[in-house]
Design a protein around this ligand. Structure first.
Ligand code: CP3
Length: 360
């Protein structure tokens, strides 16, 4: 079967891949580790390859996506690759006028603030993200036994960029729309859920082995508001993948008070930032949801990587020990690799983690 038409049932099994074993609640043969933003500006080979090519142009170039995605796998021996892309890629593919400005992030030409704006938001057709699907197929062929993680931005985080028009500290326009016009708000998040789900299903059909839903800015919300205004829409995305046969990770920053709700949205693995110890995170999720079996991902403070190897190892050891309280643990940072990080520190951290005994 040509990979382009391979159904999900033909996905490679990778029964022994530590990342997938841990994500499914089994005991992996080594501590699985990957890093959010492992591809990107911390790598000189990335900066060299990207020179002269815009971020979005790179995301729609399958050969470039393949190469950039593979760079950190070659260099660090991480246990998973994450597709090189961006949360705004499906919006751009659908026809939303936005750009990614270096050092700033996504900037939207015409922010969405009214019911008419929401009605004008285009739908995504899977064919519009065909270059991403092609990149996934190239990667699956190149990666061997290393799993590939696909991802999308969650409806709230996408909405924040669309409503604010760019990155925001306080998300005040977003929250104003949410509180003042809940009908329009829910219509917007419903459309964004459809876009995220179409994007993720295209990645799964092309062969990704796992998915992560990034709700990076959901930590700006109280648990009450998260449950009322956001959870149903993220649940539509994650629930829409329940039959896909791939583990689903749900991550946000500053979400210590939302971890139970984020699991309820349909996550197999809950991503945790550095503010909540993993053992406490596991206890909270299990208490709030009334069920065990949560796998956690995280949660080294990315700034620790600037403090020297002794500190990095001490903190990594603590995190692996705290992770034993959960039904599984995937080592990661609490947020993305900072651009000035010395990549050799990451390589040495992976080597160190692979000497430790994995927990359950
Ligand atoms: O993790 C990986 O290695 C995969 C690549 C990845 C990128 N963006 C590449 C990127 C992933 C998973 C994302 C997701 C993403 N994009 C999120 C969620 C994850 C998170 O960090 O919370 C968010 C909020 C965005 C929006 C966005 N895009 C931001 C905030 C930025 C950074 C702006 C900057 O320049 O500092 C981007 C641009 C971006 N996305 C870059 C990369 C490597 C930098 C652009 C460049 O290298 O020129």
């Amino acid at each position: 079967i040509h990979p382009a038409s391979a159904p999900a049932a033909c996905r490679r099994e990778l029964v022994d891949a530590p990342f997938l074993v841990a994500a499914r609640g089994g005991v992996p043969r080594r501590v699985p580790v990957w890093f959010m933003r492992q591809a990107g500006r911390s790598l000189p080979e990335y900066r060299e390859l990207r020179a002269g090519t815009g971020m979005l142009a790179a995301c729609f170039d399958p050969e470039m996506v393949r190469e950039i995605t593979l760079q950190p796998v070659r260099r660090h021996d991480v246990d998973a690759a994450i597709l090189f892309s961006d949360i705004v890629v499906p919006l751009v593919a659908a026809g939303v006028d936005l750009d990614i400005v270096a050092g700033t992030g996504p900037v939207v030409a015409e922010p969405i603030r009214s019911a008419a704006d929401v009605a004008g938001l285009p739908e995504l057709d899977a064919g519009q993200v065909e270059p991403v699907a092609e990149a996934v197929r190239l990667l699956v062929a190149a990666l061997g036994e290393t799993p590939l993680i696909g991802f999308a931005g969650a409806p709230f985080t996408l909405a924040s960029y669309l409503v604010e028009g760019g990155p925001s500290r306080n998300h005040e326009r977003t929250k104003a729309l949410m509180y003042a016009d809940p009908g329009t708000w829910h219509a917007l998040l419903d459309r964004l859920a459809d876009i995220a789900l179409t994007f993720l299903r295209a990645q799964v059909a092309a062969g990704v082995d796992a998915v992560q839903l990034f709700d990076s800015w959901a930590g700006a919300l109280s648990p009450r508001d998260y449950r009322e205004y956001v959870l149903p829409h993220s649940a539509k995305v994650l629930g829409g993948l329940a039959d896909a046969g791939v583990p689903r990770t749900h991550f946000g920053v500053g979400t210590g008070a939302l971890l139970g709700a984020m699991r309820e949205a349909g996550a197999d693995v809950v991503g945790v930032d550095w503010r909540t110890p993993l053992d406490e995170a596991a206890r909270r999720v299990e208490a709030e949801t009334g069920r065990g079996g949560v796998v956690v991902q995280g949660n080294l403070d990315p700034a620790t990587l600037f403090a020297g190897d002794d500190v990095v190892r001490r903190e990594a050891t603590r995190i692996v020990d705290e992770g034993r309280a959960a039904a599984g643990h995937v080592f990661n940072l609490g947020h993305g690799v900072l651009p000035d990080t010395d990549p050799d520190v990451l390589t040495r951290l992976v080597t160190y983690l692979h000497t430790l005994t994995p927990g359950k």
